[in-house]
Design a protein around this ligand. Structure first.
Ligand SMILES: Cc1ncc(COP(=O)(O)O)c(C=O)c1O
Length: 409
């Protein structure tokens, strides 16, 4: 049986062109970009070309891109870099006040909880049942004394894409810095940082068919951040340390290839996504999560879908356990994931220790549904046959699990 990989929001398969470019850097052009000899100069040219490839995908300037070891490091660099700058007394007329949402990835959520313990005031914005923030609530919480706002662009669990343009307008009106975690949107939907007028954006390489342990930050103006690492002049001192050249070149090669493929990929993935969501919406025991399918006239795009990550399908099954369904799907050859995770379970049948996801709870999903969450995230190479197999398998395993529970009662 061929395995079907439908967990592309967790990570993606590194594409062949990326492996080839990385092997060249590992085996042949292995110099340190800080060296002034020929090997170093060649490495430096790869580094700058790579920076250009990332910049070009989001309409940034090369000097606004800083390489890191991934999304988590990018996010930490921004959050703790701003907090360090505050400690150094560089933010005049600002309070230790941050605004974020209740549906952030742990990289943002836990970093801000850490700052909260150190005395920062964090306002956690509510979301509606589809995961969208309310602009009036943002306006009511923000003031010119707020230091920064951090809002996830595309949510990893429910696929909701926030309106960055509107958020950045509100931040700019109040002279407040704005960071977005774009790990799940970068390379999947068009992003123009210049037009959006945002201050910081975090990105990751392994979600776009590049290698793990690679990422970047877009920083509009470098003087708004103190480096959290110290010890070298690399990356304009924002991220000192000898660069992961193979990783950077791999990441940038993936981004370069996506520049022309992004729209066709998105179109194909949206079609599959709609097929799966329509199929699942017919099943009584399943509740779709994230932005809903909006039925519109024949041959017109589902308009709401511009606000949902292409290829992202998420759902909850009442009174079932997400992790167990993931294992059953795995036995049928499909790799998917669940938003809920086990904390300290004694046995596979013990669902009391399953922690429902904070994202689903924030959307108002009842706990008995949230524990049974599943996420299917399709990738650029998925085929129509695979989509059919996924939909039949999920239907069967969830229906069988329901029958088993009913028989036990
Ligand atoms: C929304 C979001 N932010 C941040 C991260 C962390 O990125 P990385 O795995 O590159 O550290 C992830 C990873 O899944 C993510 O989905």
């Amino acid at each position: 049986m061929n395995k079907i990989y439908a967990d592309n929001s967790a990570t993606t398969k590194v594409r062949d062109e990326v492996v080839e470019a990385m092997l060249n850097v590992l085996k042949e052009d292995f110099g340190n970009p800080s060296s002034i000899h020929q090997f170093g100069r060649t490495a430096k040219s790869y580094l700058e070309e790579s920076r250009g490839n990332i910049a070009s995908l989001i309409n940034a300037k090369e000097e606004q891109i800083f390489f890191t070891s991934g999304g988590t490091e990018s996010i930490n660099t921004v959050i703790f870099g701003i907090s360090k700058m505050m400690d150094e007394g560089s933010f005049k007329n600002k309070d230790r006040h941050i605004i974020t949402t209740k549906i952030e990835h742990p990289a943002v959520k836990e970093s801000l909880e850490h700052l909260e313990k150190k005395g920062w005031k964090v306002a956690w914005l509510n979301v509606d049942k589809e995961g969208f923030i309310n602009f009036d609530e943002l306006k009511s919480k923000i003031s010119p004394r707020t230091t920064f706002v951090s809002i996830i662009h595309a949510n990893n669990e429910i696929g909701t894409i926030q309106n960055l343009k509107k958020i950045s307008e509100i931040c700019n009106e109040n002279n407040v810095l704005f960071h977005t975690d774009a790990v799940q949107s970068f390379g999947k939907i068009p992003i123009d940082v210049n037009n959006l007028n945002i201050d910081f954006m975090s990105m990751s390489g392994h979600k776009i068919y590049g290698p793990k342990g690679t990422g970047a930050i877009y920083i509009k103006s470098k003087d708004r951040l103190s480096p959290i690492l110290i010890g070298g002049g690399q990356e304009n001192k924002i991220r000192p340390g000898t660069e992961n050249m193979a990783g950077i070149v791999g990441f940038a090669t993936a981004a370069k290839l996506l520049k022309s493929e992004l729209l066709p990929n998105a179109q194909k993935l949206r079609k599959f996504q709609i097929e799966l969501m329509e199929r699942f919406s017919e099943l009584q025991h399943i509740m779709l999560t994230g932005p809903a399918l909006v039925k519109v006239k024949e041959n017109t795009p589902h308009e709401k879908f511009v606000h949902r990550t292409p290829g992202h399908v998420s759902l909850c099954c009442r009174n079932l356990e997400g992790e167990s369904l993931v294992l059953q799907a795995d036995l049928k050859g499909i790799a998917i994931s669940s938003g809920s995770a086990c904390s300290s379970r004694q046995s596979i049948n013990d669902t009391s220790t399953i922690r429902p996801s904070h994202v689903l709870l924030a959307c108002g999903i009842p706990e008995n549904f949230a524990r049974g969450s599943l996420r299917i995230t399709l990738g650029k190479d998925d085929s129509e046959d695979e989509i059919y197999y996924i939909s039949e398998t999920i239907k069967n395993i969830t229906e069988n699990a329901k029958k088993k529970i009913a028989a036990l009662k």
